[in-house]
Design a protein around this ligand. Sequence first.
Ligand SMILES: *[C@@H]1O[C@H](CO)[C@@H](O)[C@H](O)[C@H]1NC(C)=O
Ligand SMILES: *[C@@H]1O[C@H](CO)[C@@H](O)[C@H](O)[C@H]1NC(C)=O
Ligand SMILES: *[C@@H]1O[C@H](CO)[C@@H](O)[C@H](O)[C@H]1NC(C)=O
Ligand SMILES: *[C@@H]1O[C@H](CO)[C@@H](O)[C@H](O)[C@H]1NC(C)=O
Length: 236
Amino acid sequence: MAARRAARNMGLRLVQVLLVAVVARAPAAHAWRKEGHYMVCKIAESFLTSEASAAVTRLLPGWAGGELAATCSWADDERRRYPWSGALHFADTPGDCQFFYDRDCHNTKGEKDMCVVGGINNYTAALMNTSAPLVDPTVSLMFLAHFVGDIHQPLHCGNTVDFGGNTIIVHWYNATTTNLHRVWDLDIIEKAMKDFYNDDLSIMTHVIMQNITEAWSEDEREWEACSSRAKTCADK
Ligand SMILES: *[C@@H]1O[C@H](CO)[C@@H](O)[C@H](O)[C@H]1NC(C)=O
Ligand SMILES: *[C@@H]1O[C@H](CO)[C@@H](O)[C@H](O)[C@H]1NC(C)=O
Ligand SMILES: *[C@@H]1O[C@H](CO)[C@@H](O)[C@H](O)[C@H]1NC(C)=O
Ligand SMILES: *[C@@H]1O[C@H](CO)[C@@H](O)[C@H](O)[C@H]1NC(C)=O
């Protein structure tokens, strides 16, 4: 029961925290980079209740050194081992700015639930099922922490036709040729880190963390009050 509530708290906290976190890329087309996932989870960890934190710590693998953030790229690292998991990192739609689970949540073979929304549901349910979990809870936690990060990258919920912006070639600050997906996954975070945070991930993480509780703390209410389904209300 405690673990179940802790898992739910953690999920909620991750969701709240990730709403304001911008992040990075990774080896394959649809993934944030290591630093991004690390930062997202590092921030989320700091918002866990002591109960949730204890539950998470109990589930962490030894190599994580007691740090959830250290496991948050595991799902990318293990893609080759679990080829079916590739589709779980995103949820693209046909470009009508609407997501219909039944229509959109499937992989390229048409298998249902195989998208990031299905993945989050799957591993949340697995974690909450303390009676006889089918999946190793450590694996469920690591998938969940990763997918909640992925779903907050706007182009992980992009258009199927351009593979979430992967085929849209753009120039980043006139210099490098990149693609729109990668701009969001990697280029924005790298540039911000260089220009504003002395190229130091821990400073950037700390400032974002502070802003969540201070400068941006009122924004959450505005997001919650957003009634438009056609455009974002986050105009800051
Ligand atoms: C749910 O988890 C199981 C075990 O890891 C996996 O085989 C299955 O593909 C997952 N399905 C989704 C939709 O995440
Ligand atoms: C919990 O897991 C067991 C299998 O290990 C499954 O039979 C049962 O339906 C699950 N319960 C829920 C609520 O998902
Ligand atoms: C990009 O190129 C344009 C035109 O060549 C130039 O005016 C502008 O200053 C350049 N911007 C940057 C950031 O280098
Ligand atoms: C975030 O906090 C820093 C100070 O820690 C402040 O300078 C900055 O303006 C804040 N950013 C936003 C977007 O409020």
